[in-house]
Write a protein that binds this ligand. Sequence first.
Ligand code: 13P
Ligand code: SF4
Length: 305
Amino acid sequence: MKVAQLQQEILRLKREQDVCILAHSYQAREIVEIADFTGDSYQLSVKAKSAPQSKVIMCGVRFMAETVKLLSPQKTVWLSHPDAGCPMAEQMDRELISQVKAQYPDYTVVAYINTTAALKTICDVCVTSSSAVKIVQQIENDKILFIPDCNLGAYVAAQLPQKQIKLLQGGCPVHARVTVQDVAQAKAAHPEALVLVHPECTPAVAALADYVGSTSGIMQLARGSGAPAFIIGTELSIAEHLAYECPEKRFYPLSKGLLCQNMKLTTLPDVYNLLLGRGGEEITLDADTMTAARRCIDRMIELGG
Ligand code: 13P
Ligand code: SF4
């Protein structure tokens, strides 16, 4: 089947079956086109809660599908591709963080949403890249244990010098690949362009940027800015989506290494087959995990809205 035909079939089947398709903005254009909603991690979690449909397909990675399930336990939630995990979310488990918590008993544990539901059960509050500074600022305790991304944590710490932020050595292998040399080369090649980077990049890279922000922050800035060109320091799809949306502007990826293989596992045939009852993975979480992990997400929405 051709792409457009497959997309039409997916749209028909999802309407017939009362299915909401959510896509993270790192998904390919053809997936974004069949989604009811596309956004960053925070926007997707809020949308998941309010979506009227009884079934949800999350085109993204596992922790995002788990977050949808936590927020909508009565809904049937599928992850579009069973192997689509986020390597950062798998870096730290309950055992490790329980040990660290024992060393820092008076610290509030702030978990980036890129963590497993199991790990969220022992954390105090979640954040996303777009809400991290705002949420950490509102926490009464000045002692914060921020997991797992030390780059995002360092970015938050730089914005909030009044907080004592303890970091561990975790992070996104995709964004961490970007080097200061990549920035220097991109700037030399496109001196007229603004450099926009995700806070999962290293502090050395972030320091050279004109703007540091979440996926949606980067997109909003580029759409609204009068600048003619932008160097995009996050997953390759963002430069592609922006080029499609704003044909009068130019978008250059900061590095060709900014490809998240996991985000790109989902294909149109995966979504089509899922709607035909084949493939994907239904997300199930036990009752204890649901209750404990949801507290963390609810608190995020409470503080981040
Ligand atoms: P956002 O919170 O900006 O959507 O980022 C999610 C993510 O996985 C970044 O790598
Ligand atoms: Fe995880 Fe990084 Fe991929 Fe985002 S880009 S899903 S943090 S591996």
